[in-house]
Design a protein around this ligand. Structure first.
Ligand code: AMP
Ligand code: MG
Length: 433
């Protein structure tokens, strides 16, 4: 395992006092370990879990050529003539009850959707296209081509081919796909256990009596919610005061219980509190090589200060204190790092909402040299084109504007000011956080 210093030394442009958001992700990708423990679970316990091994299809899906329509199956060669086609119906095939006899030239069978296509037949005419008269059907000329309305064996999945790659985050469609292969269970990585706590003498747990200068703890609720959305196992360690003994105990139990630790507050620059000193002490003492913590100033807004390290071998994400900064740094940095620890492929669609292009309805001031995430409402205009509007007060403590937002307007490191009508990047986070 690389030490923090080794990771830093290999990163281009590593400056703890002015880190780009991009460099932070590069650092975290090296800091966090990949999963080692997997388990076999029934499909209905596998939603949102990460596939631990590539699934190779044991069968063809569908397992036989079958009809895509309710209609009549026949040999498509008969369509070579340009006149209406007359065929005699000699039997019926139902889904699950194949037609067993032979079908000669000039004959057809009645067939239902999903029924096996008898050997030699390759075309189905939908029943609404034919005229029937007793056992005779007539297919008008020009309504069909040979091969129409037949689903080929293996057109979805072929035996021996990759059905799902290791590292896929299992979505409802993936579960259905595994079921279509007849697989009742699937091997997934163990769920990640994440311990989290809030720090600060002024932070009240819910239910505590308000007092002068104190605020209720909102960070533990946003962090819990974001971890839940990722399907992580959450270990809530409450609010910890800025007090060395309590902080030390919290870090120790977090490291003993969890695969990763998320804290908030106490990492600002020039702060006269114990969190930073305690983080450094705990992180370094037991396992000097692996543990440790670095304090960063990230060139971003909101969320400038952040601490990152390991307590023993357990990664620590020390987020800022301000409630919106917590959510934005979690989305930008912690989420991808935790998904990596959970075994997910970096390109998996579950990991980050994609950046979309939208037209800004307003002017936005921005200096190159930092990444800004502005809370925003992304919506279609009258023509259906995406446009974006910020949600007013962007103060890093203003959680109400986060509630009103459905996404973030992302102004990249080197980007300058935005004029009305400019196209900008947006990340829609509804459903993610
Ligand atoms: P700090 O990083 O400790 O300087 O905290 C920055 C700001 O975030 C301060 O105004 C804190 O009161 C506030 N804050 C810190 N932790 C929380 C929390 N858990 N819930 C709400 N606000 C918090
Ligand atoms: Mg504080």
């Amino acid at each position: 395992m690389k030490t923090l210093d080794q990771i830093a030394a290999e990163l281009q442009g590593y400056d703890p006092q002015a880190l780009s958001a991009h460099t932070v992700n590069g650092f975290l990708a090296q800091l966090v370990p990949l999963p080692t423990q997997s388990e076999e679970v029934p499909l209905m316990q596998a939603l949102g879990r990460v596939l631990a091994q590539t699934v190779v299809s044991p069968i063809d899906v569908p397992p036989h050529d079958n009809s895509a329509m309710d209609g009549y199956a026949f040999d498509g060669q008969a369509l070579q003539i340009d006149t209406p086609l007359q065929l005699t119906v000699v039997g019926t095939a139902l889904a699950g009850a194949a037609y067993q006899g032979a079908v000669a030239t000039g004959q057809c069978i009645k067939i239902m959707t999903g029924a096996v296509m008898p050997a030699g037949l390759d075309t189905v005419v939908p029943q609404e296209l034919v005229q029937t008269s007793g056992a005779q059907i007539t297919i008008p000329a020009g309504v069909l081509r040979a091969g129409d309305n037949r689903r080929a064996r293996g057109e979805d999945l072929q035996q021996g081919n990759t059905a799902l790659a290791a590292g896929s985050v299992l979505a409802p469609a993936s579960l259905g796909l595994l079921a279509s292969l007849g697989l009742p269970t699937v091997r997934v990585w163990r769920r990640l256990r994440v311990a989290y706590f809030s720090t600060g003498d002024e932070i009240l747990s819910l239910g505590q009596a308000p007092r002068e200068g104190a605020v209720f703890d909102s960070n533990r609720y946003t962090v819990w919610g974001m971890l839940q959305r990722m399907g992580m196992e959450c270990i809530d360690l409450g609010v910890v005061p800025d007090e060395p003994v309590a902080l030390e105990a919290a870090f120790r139990s977090a490291a003993a219980l969890a695969d990763a630790i998320v804290t908030s507050a106490g990492v600002s620059v020039g702060e006269a509190d114990h969190t930073k000193a305690m983080m450094r002490k705990i992180a370094q003492r037991d396992t000097p090589g692996e543990g440790g913590v670095v304090f960063w100033r990230i060139a971003m807004r909101p969320g400038r200060p952040m601490a990152v390290g390991r307590v023993g071998r357990v990664p620590l994400f020390g987020l800022p204190g301000n409630p919106v900064a917590v959510m934005v740094t979690f989305l930008a940095f912690v989420r991808p790092a935790l998904w990596r620890m959970a075994g997910a492929n970096a390109q998996d669609p579950a990991i980050s909402p994609p950046l979309l292009k939208a037209r800004s309805t307003q002017a936005i001031r921005k200096k190159p040299g930092r990444t800004e995430y502005q809370r925003a409402i992304v919506s279609p205009d009258a023509q259906g084109h995406l446009c974006v509007e910020t949600t007013g007060d962007q103060g890093s403590g203003v959680l109400s504007s986060m509630v009103r937002a459905n996404g973030l307007l992302v102004l990249h490191h080197d980007q300058g000011k935005v004029s009305p009508g400019d196209v900008v990047d947006v990340m829609v986070f509804a459903g993610v956080m």
